[in-house]
Each structure stands twice: as structure tokens, then as C-alpha cells.
Design a protein around this ligand. Structure first.
Ligand SMILES: NC(=O)c1ccc[n+]([C@@H]2O[C@H](COP(=O)([O-])OP(=O)(O)OC[C@H]3O[C@@H](n4cnc5c(N)ncnc54)[C@H](O)[C@@H]3O)[C@@H](O)[C@H]2O)c1
Ligand SMILES: O=C(O)C[C@H](O)C(=O)O
Length: 377
């Protein structure tokens, strides 16, 4: 093969990734010879729903992650456009695009980590559970392909309603006889990110130094911040606890629409600056995407560091759990080479948190059952 042809193949492949295979075949090139030299060691990561509001910034941030050697971007629309765009970034991960159901399995073969933000987002007036009818089927189909192509991958589920989509994923894996509860994780990191930010705001701290455990699930009252366990240790008034709990539980709604309680608080001097952005909430244009991409990458990076063998990687996640009587629950987990290595107990709760836990469990039980029944039916 002439050197000039190899160079042309490289350029064509970068300009139009769908042509990559064709160009390689025409020129008799091995795919591996036809791409920029990526990180020789590193992890293979697939994003399913990569062309969406979360998917695009998530793909960009994962392309910047030095632990990633191969990044597969799958969507039912615009996957190649996003791939072409992101592939120009001069970071080491090699990026490939996969479009439509017929390319789903190719996108998944050999992956170490699969991140799923595929599905519809909320509009004002909707609950996350209102997304069930569409997103349940999407997550089920994607997990059926994971079962076939990379059953040992760590799976990070972002698609809502997370309280039900994680049980759906687990049922799909169980049905195929490959369920490993250590490897299926619902991403609740955005609740922690928000909680850290909101606590830092009112305590005058740097959010990077704040750690708020948020347990339960990922919808309304199932999002349970444990403010008695905040690090560094903080003392809150009851008014602050009410405000923080409400704002953390309704952070998603604050982005989707103007949350009514937030609007009331907006008029108070204490919270005015924190709510300066409320009037410009997305109002029909979707839900959190940028903060979610940030949170998803923070969590995915933790999973990859743990896969690499780093010690003491601890984060909250919604997983198969025995921490309560429910089969799934979000709490602090230690991540390791096999996914979830250890699930920590909730620790001492105060009366306010115990009452919140009871409410959370009641709602979670229904959402879990709904997910399980969807696959079993
Ligand atoms: N876990 C969380 O904390 C959290 C936070 C924010 C949003 N979400 C959820 O994430 C999901 C995505 O939100 P978004 O704002 O990115 O939505 P979006 O509509 O902007 O993007 C979704 C993407 O999924 C793709 N898609 C649809 N069906 C698919 C399929 N069968 N296979 C592959 N891709 C498919 C769409 O083409 C689109 O590109 C929503 O369900 C939303 O509620 C979760
Ligand atoms: O609120 C939503 O619908 C999206 C997401 O779950 C969030 O918490 O921002």
C-alpha cells in the first residue's frame, strides 16, 4: 500500500466516519492502521444516545478522559455528525460512530463501560415516571443488546425514570442468566452534585470540598439528602434543612420549569443570588443536560479509575442492594475492578431523615415493581 493512499484514507475517514470501513476495504487497510494512534492501553466506552442533549457534551468530556482509548457513539439520529465533530479533538481516544438499530451490536462489542442517556426528557408538568412508556422500551432493547455483546461491561444508566429503568435492566440481564448486580448502576450523581453545590452556597464553602450523601432513588421524595452526614460537618437551621431538602429533591424540575417553591424563595434576600437563573429555566426545551453530562463523566471516570484498580473510589449510586428491604436503593458504594465491591449502610439518621426514608421507600417500591413487571409481563 502506497504511503499517499494511506494518508488519503486517513483524511477520508476523519472527514466522513461512515466511509471509514468502505475506504479501508477499498485500500485493503486494517482499520487499526487507518486511525490516529490512540492510547495503547485504556478502556473501551460506549455511549448510547450520544447525539442527545446529554449525549453530546458527555461524548465530548469522555473524549477528553485519558483513561478512554476507544469511544463508541451510538444513536438513532446524527451519530456520525457528532462523531465527526468530536473526532477532531486532539486527545488520544479513538472515536467511532454507530447509527441505528442495525449498528447497535457493533457499537457494543468488547466494551468495558456502557453509558446510557438514550430516551426522552421531561417537559414542564411531567414527572419522570411519565417518561416510562417510551424510555422503558428503549432501555430494555439496549440492555438486550448489551447481554449479547458485552455482558461483563459496567453499565451506567441515566435514562429516566432511573428508579424503574435500573430494575428493567436488571430483569433483562436476569432473563438472559447474566445478571451481575455489581455491574448495573443507576446514575444519581447529579443529585449529589446539586446537593454539594446548594450546601456550599448557603454555608459559604467551596463546593469541591463538600460531600453530601444522597440516598434512596432519583425522583422527588425518593431523593433523600442526608444533611446530618455532610462533610465537612455543618450545622443547619430547620429552615435551611427544609430549603435544602426541597431544592435538592426538585433540582431537576428547577431546570425543566420554574419550580413554585423556588420562585417564592427567590424573593427572599438570603436566596436571591442562588435563584437568579430561575426565570430562564428551560421551559419546554428539555431537562438538565450540561450538569448531567458533568455528573455522568464524574461517575464514569470513577468507574474507570476503579476498573484500573484505584482504591477507595466511593460514590452514591442506585444499585441492587440489601441496605433496606427494597431490592434497589441508592447509597454510597465502593467501586472496584468488578463494579460495586461494597455497599455502605446508611449510617445514623435523625428523625427528619427517618421520616424522609419512609416516604422514599414507599414511592420507590412502586417504581421498582413497575420496572420489574415491564420485563416479566
Ligand atoms: N439520571 C439523571 O440524573 C438524569 C439527568 C438528566 C436527564 N436524564 C434523562 O436522560 C435522558 C436523556 O435526556 P436528554 O436531555 O439527553 O434527551 P435528548 O432527547 O436530548 O437526547 C436523547 C437521545 O436519545 C436518543 N435515542 C432515542 N431513542 C434511542 C434508542 N432507541 N437508542 C439510542 N438512542 C436513542 C435520541 O435520538 C436522542 O439523541 C432522559 O430520559 C432524561 O430524563 C437523567
Ligand atoms: O428532572 C429531570 O427530568 C431530569 C433529571 O432527572 C434531573 O434530575 O435533572
Amino acid at each position: 500500500m502506497q504511503q499517499s493512499n494511506i494518508r488519503i484514507a486517513r483524511i477520508a475517514a476523519h472527514i466522513n466516519p461512515p466511509n471509514l470501513q468502505m475506504v479501508e476495504e477499498d485500500l485493503g487497510l486494517e482499520r487499526v492502521n487507518c486511525r490516529a494512534k490512540g492510547a495503547s492501553s485504556g478502556f473501551k466506552v460506549a455511549i448510547l444516545g450520544a447525539a442527545g442533549g446529554i449525549g453530546q457534551p458527555l461524548a465530548m468530556l469522555m473524549k477528553m478522559n485519558p483513561l478512554v482509548s476507544l469511544l463508541h457513539l451510538y444513536d438513532v439520529v446524527n451519530a456520525h455528525g457528532v462523531t465527526a465533530d468530536i473526532s477532531h479533538m486532539d486527545t488520544s481516544a479513538v472515536v467511532r460512530g454507530f447509527l441505528g438499530q442495525q449498528q447497535l451490536e457493533d457499537a457494543l462489542i468488547g466494551m468495558d463501560l456502557v453509558i446510557i442517556p438514550a430516551g426522552v426528557p421531561r417537559k414542564p408538568g411531567m414527572t419522570r415516571d411519565d417518561l416510562f412508556n417510551i424510555n422503558a422500551g428503549i432501555v430494555k432493547t439496549l440492555c438486550e443488546a448489551i447481554v449479547k455483546c458485552c455482558p461483563k461491561a459496567i453499565v451506567n444508566i441515566i435514562s429516566n425514570p432511573v428508579n424503574s429503568t435500573v430494575p428493567i435492566a436488571a430483569e433483562v440481564f436476569k432473563k438472559a442468566g447474566v445478571f451481575d448486580p455489581k455491574r448495573v448502576l443507576g446514575v444519581t450523581m447529579l443529585d449529589v452534585v446539586r446537593a454539594n453545590t446548594f450546601v456550599a452556597e448557603i454555608m459559604g464553602l467551596d463546593p469541591r470540598e463538600v460531600d453530601v450523601p444522597v440516598v434512596g432513588g432519583h425522583a422527588g421524595v425518593t431523593i433523600l439528602p442526608l444533611l446530618s452526614q455532610v462533610k465537612p460537618s455543618c450545622s443547619f437551621t430547620q429552615k435551611e434543612i427544609d430549603y435544602l431538602t426541597d431544592r435538592i429533591q426538585n433540582g431537576g424540575t428547577e431546570v425543566v420549569e420554574c419550580h413554585s417553591i423556588a420562585m417564592v424563595l427567590c424573593s427572599s434576600i438570603m436566596f436571591e443570588s442562588a435563584f437568579g437563573c430561575i426565570l430562564q429555566a428551560k421551559a419546554g426545551a428539555g431537562s438538565a443536560t450540561l450538569s448531567m453530562a458533568y455528573a455522568a463523566v464524574k461517575f464514569a471516570d470513577a468507574c474507570l479509575r476503579a476498573l484500573r484498580g484505584d482504591a477507595a473510589v466511593v460514590h452514591c449510586a442506585y444499585v441492587a442492594s440489601e441496605v433496606t428491604e427494597l431490592p434497589f436503593f441508592a447509597s454510597k458504594v465502593r467501586l472496584g475492578r468488578n463494579g460495586v465491591e461494597e455497599i455502605y449502610p446508611l449510617g445514623p439518621l435523625n428523625e427528619y431523615e427517618r421520616a424522609g426514608l419512609e416516604k422514599a421507600k414507599k414511592e420507590l417500591a412502586g417504581s421498582i415493581q413497575k420496572g420489574v413487571s415491564f420485563v416479566k409481563k
